[in-house]
Design a protein around this ligand. Structure first.
Ligand code: 3PG
Length: 207
């Protein structure tokens, strides 16, 4: 996929303060990250997607897309891809209609096979740690040699290497880079440092 081909780290962002959209984007860019998933979990998420998308060098996706309406609004706001915690046929149909890249979430072999039947080969794997972490992902992915995964859920700098060691992992998502605490403190330089640290650790793996 366009963005993940270059970037293995996908920051998952829960943000509501519109004034933080631009500084956050700049902090991530300075840390070497040019894509982020902004979740539709806050009242201002769509406006934030809009602001972050104003920079054409930065690719914003919408996360927590639960309905076709969410996908439609996210696209109008400037999102270039959408992500769901699970697989929604209604969202699949809407994304097909709108030619919007969609990354549905899966957690079992049956769900992976169903997504594959529908023509998907790049999937969110969620909630990664709670499901059993990298050993479970490795086992469940093994029969699906043509599928690629973006694990998220409970991933941080301490366990990220175990996921990157799974050959079918395309990128890794997580909220640890843009934590609620750092946003509340407006500590964008810490966000840049964490991003840089994660990028450097993750670039030592070849996917
Ligand atoms: C997601 O929305 O992808 C996950 O909730 C992110 O999980 P994390 O907060 O455990 O990183």
């Amino acid at each position: 996929m366009f963005a993940f081909a270059k970037q293995k780290l996908m920051p998952v962002v829960i943000i509501n303060d519109v004034s933080q959209a631009e500084p956050l984007r700049e902090a991530l860019k300075q840390g070497g990250v040019f894509t982020a998933e902004v979740t539709l979990r806050t009242p201002n998420a769509l406006r934030i997607i809009q602001i972050m998308s104003e920079d054409l060098d930065f690719c914003v996706g919408a996360g927590t897309v639960l309905s076709p309406g969410d996908a439609d609004k996210a696209q109008s706001a400037g999102a270039q891809f959408v992500v769901s915690p699970g697989l929604s046929i209604a969202v699949v149909d809407e994304c097909d209609r709108a030619a919007m890249p969609y990354f549905p979430g899966v957690s079992t072999p049956t769900e992976i096979q169903r997504a594959r039947d529908l023509g998907f080969n790049e999937l969110k794997f969620f909630p990664a740690e709670a499901l059993g972490g990298a050993p479970y992902l490795k086992a469940v992915a093994a029969p699906f040699h043509d599928m690629r995964f973006i694990p998220t859920g409970g991933i941080n700098l301490k366990n990220v290497d175990s996921y990157l060691a799974v050959p079918q992992v395309l990128a890794v998502g997580g909220s640890w880079i843009v934590s609620e605490k750092l946003l509340a403190a407006g500590d964008f330089s810490a966000i840049t440092s964490l991003t840089r640290e994660a990028v450097s650790q993750m670039n030592s793996h070849s996917i």
